[in-house]
Design a protein around this ligand. Structure first.
Ligand SMILES: Cc1cc2nc3c(=O)[nH]c(=O)nc-3n(C[C@H](O)[C@H](O)[C@H](O)COP(=O)(O)O)c2cc1C
Length: 306
């Protein structure tokens, strides 16, 4: 196989290849993030970190459903401060770190962004899209004005590029992406989980303690792909695709829709940490078989055909 370059540049974040883990799927462990990088990812994404420690919801917080997983973790995390040393340690080992975070107010978002930026994160991913917590915590990004304000506040204090991670649980994701762009976002990550629920017929009650949860995995893929498609048409920003990517073919489809990179979460459960290497090797084979020289050549190609 020839030595095609798989490196990508997402708003100044230069990665050896276009794959990352999706935030939170592996919990908070820095050692698991290191394994993601060793498994071949271009960068690692932290669990969403908040301004203070948070325990999340009571179990059950996860259930396997048709085509994926429903989770309602409730953003458990030890607080951003606690994870600063882990970010520094990962970076010291040469692992590019995208720090994902959330807040309950615009001030919180700004403060946590400043902390993570000072910690040396290579990029920040603003989670304005968690469906599993009270509105003010998770879903500021359901509203254009809030999305713009949060993004602008974060940008004010951030040195590295700022990715804004959007929710599919909105009427028009393109409008929200435009608001993030107005606020100064450097890139968009699309998408977080899709709100759903599961009921146990025998016990005659919802399975998750939180009643509703976020759907991830293959069942989310076509929704996520459509979201990336719409966003690419609406804004002039790089897009990171996320939702149901399990193999190289999925990743290529997201790139053809216009994503510059992909995040892979739920697929780690079945395919293990080697999923990143599998995906990059597959993309390389695809580029070569189709006579393309680099990833850039395929980003958004399907848009031109539509
Ligand atoms: C158990 C679990 C925890 C998650 N925690 C977070 C989180 O902390 N922050 C966030 O932005 N997204 C979180 N997500 C959403 C994922 O990052 C991703 O957007 C979603 O799972 C879709 O990708 P996938 O189908 O590849 O898993 C979580 C998803 C799962 C399944």
């Amino acid at each position: 196989m020839s030595q095609l370059s798989l490196s990508v540049d997402i708003a100044g974040l230069r990665l050896r290849n276009p794959t990352m883990n999706a935030a939170g799927v592996l919990g908070i462990s820095a050692s698991l993030l290191k394994r993601v990088y060793e498994g071949g990812a271009g960068a690692v994404v932290t669990k969403s970190l908040g301004p203070a420690p948070r325990s999340g919801h009571f179990n059950p917080t996860m259930v396997i459903v048709e085509g994926g997983v429903l989770n309602a973790m409730g953003l458990p995390n030890p607080g951003a401060e606690y994870f600063v040393s882990a970010i520094k340690a990962l970076r010291a080992e040469g692992v590019p770190v995208v720090a994902s975070f959330f807040g309950a107010s615009i001030e919180d978002f700004r403060d946590v962004a400043e902390l993570l930026s000072e910690a040396g994160a290579d990029a920040l991913e603003v989670n304005v899209s968690c469906p599993n917590v009270q509105e003010e915590l998770g879903m500021l990004g359901a509203d254009c004005l809030n999305t713009e304000k949060v993004t602008a506040a974060v940008k004010e204090v951030s040195k590295p590029p700022v990715f804004v991670k959007l929710s599919p649980n909105v009427t028009d994701i393109a409008e929200i992406a435009k608001a993030a762009e107005m606020g100064g976002a450097d890139a968009i990550t699309a998408v977080n989980t899709l709100k759903g629920m599961a009921i146990d017929a025998d016990f005659k009650r919802p399975i998750l303690t939180n009643v509703t949860g976020g759907l991830s995995g293959p069942a989310l893929k076509s929704v996520a792909l459509r979201c990336v498609w719409d966003i690419v048409q609406a804004v002039d920003l790089p897009v990171v695709g996320c939702g149901g990517v399990a193999n190289w073919r999925d990743a290529v489809e997201f790139m053809l829709a216009g994503a510059s990179a992909v995040e892979v979460g739920t697929a780690i459960r079945e395919r293990g940490f080697g999923v990143y290497k599998e995906i990059t090797t597959g993309i390389e084979g695809y580029l070569e078989a189709n006579g393309f020289g680099s990833i850039k050549d395929i980003v958004g190609l399907a848009q031109e055909a539509a």
